[in-house]
Design a binder for this molecule. Structure first.
Ligand code: ZN
Length: 135
């Protein structure tokens, strides 16, 4: 089963502007910024109470985030759930009929193994699974 909502992913056109907006909104600064080369994004993370917000901006016009913003504009992009064992959960969800975008978990931001469930199979929501990398 899935665990808590690990973070909400929010697509922004420009990370600096996004950081300024969310700093005002949440009343605090982001605690980290990180480039994820494989996804062609730069991310920043805010803690808000027990919850985390991830801002994502494209670093290249081919980035999935650039395409998303072209189509839908900035806004909520994905919901990420924490899992204990991402490989097991992917197998379970696949068996349940969900379409998995990357069957092999990849290294995401903030020290996590991540994989995504296609929104077409999840009621219109892009779902991210993430497992803390322990090494
Ligand atoms: Zn995420």
């Amino acid at each position: 089963m899935l665990g808590k909502i690990e973070h909400l992913g929010i697509a922004v056109r420009d990370l600096k502007e996004g950081n300024q907006l969310y700093t005002k909104l949440l009343g605090r600064l982001p605690y980290k910024e990180e480039v994820v080369e494989s996804e062609q994004v730069v991310t920043s993370f805010f803690q808000s109470g027990e919850n985390k917000i991830e801002l994502l901006a494209a670093t290249h016009e081919d980035s999935a985030i650039a395409k998303y913003i072209d189509k839908y504009g900035p806004g909520i992009h994905h919901v990420a759930f924490a899992v204990e064992n991402i490989v097991e959960e992917l197998a379970r969800l696949k068996k349940e009929g969900f379409v998995i975008l990357n069957e092999k978990p990849k290294r995401g931001a903030d020290n996590k193994w991540v994989a995504f469930v296609h929104p077409k199979s999840a009621g219109g929501v892009l779902v991210e699974l993430c497992e803390e990398i322990k090494e």
